[in-house]
Design a protein around this ligand. Structure first.
Ligand code: MF3
Ligand code: CO
Ligand code: CO
Length: 263
């Protein structure tokens, strides 16, 4: 397997694009309200990425993907295509997933937004997804095993009695959008020791009901839960550093450290 270790100059680019990615998710927050269409949100983010950040959306045109971001509402697990026919409603839980490219390097992050009054169970689902991602991030350091990530996520999901999507995983990231390794979000016996300079995402998708998913046959992208119960996801891009890791896509609204070191 060929997992790239980033050089100091590559790390600088990853830090920069990671910050830009976080900024997109911060910028859009006040606009995620009842009545807005997901297409309007996508237009606003694309304009911000291109005009303000002088960067590109890596999603746009990726394997034919038609829009700049993925916006996944309620039972949509991932790859929701922004649409002028889809308005947000009170009580919706919304994942926005953005991948920014700048100077050839990629930052990939997503988070949940709640529209108005959200049902307690849906809130709990979002909390579980975020908590499981944070628990997984805390395992990341040189010498830890990639499989510790799935283990940490599984512990949190089991405690909440929610299920973990198995069809999609995190991924190495850098000059490539999706690089090796694959980062599994459930308990697994993938044996890979982490090293300083690795960059990858952790992006657990947590379902309220079954973990099973369906892909829309007409658009080829939209993934929903098989039982139409809601799904939630959070994603960060990480860099393995001496003694721990750095969250390259950390936002200001998060109550979590940018740099986690152990011992
Ligand atoms: N951002 C997604 C990920 O986390 C990938 C989206 S690909 C797209 O890996 F084409 F659907 F945009
Ligand atoms: Co990703
Ligand atoms: Co993503």
């Amino acid at each position: 397997m060929d997992i790239s270790l980033k050089s100091p100059s590559e790390i600088e680019k990853m830090r920069l694009v990671g910050d830009l990615t976080a900024k997109v998710l911060e910028m859009i927050k006040p606009y995620v309200v009842a009545g807005v269409t997901t297409s309007e949100l996508d237009d606003r983010m694309l304009e911000y990425i291109e005009k303000d950040l002088k960067a590109e959306s890596a999603d746009l045109g990726y394997q034919g993907y038609p829009r700049a971001t993925c916006i996944s509402v309620n039972e949509v697990v991932c790859h929701g295509i922004p649409s002028e026919h889809q308005k947000l409603h009170d009580g919706d839980i919304v994942n926005i997933d953005v991948t920014v490219r700048k100077d050839r390097y990629h930052g990939d992050s997503s988070c949940m937004y709640m529209v108005g009054n959200v049902a307690p169970r849906a809130k709990e689902l979002c909390r579980c997804a975020q908590e499981s991602m944070y628990a997984a991030i805390k395992t990341v350091r040189p010498g830890s095993n990639l499989a510790d990530i799935g283990d940490a996520i599984q512990r949190v999901a089991d405690r909440y009695r929610f299920s973990i999507v198995r069809d999609y995983c995190g991924h190495g990231i850098g000059a490539g959008f999706h690089e090796e390794p694959q980062v599994l979000h459930y308990r697994n016996d993938y044996d890979l020791l982490l090293e300083e300079g690795m960059c990858f995402t952790i992006e657990p998708m947590i379902n309220a009901g079954t973990w099973k998913c369906r892909t829309n046959r007409k658009d080829g992208w939209t993934v929903t839960t098989a039982d139409k119960q809601p799904s939630a996801q959070y994603e960060h891009t990480l860099l393995v550093i001496k003694g721990g890791c750095e969250v390259l896509t950390l936002r200001k609204d998060e109550n979590f450290p940018r740099i986690i070191t152990h011992s």
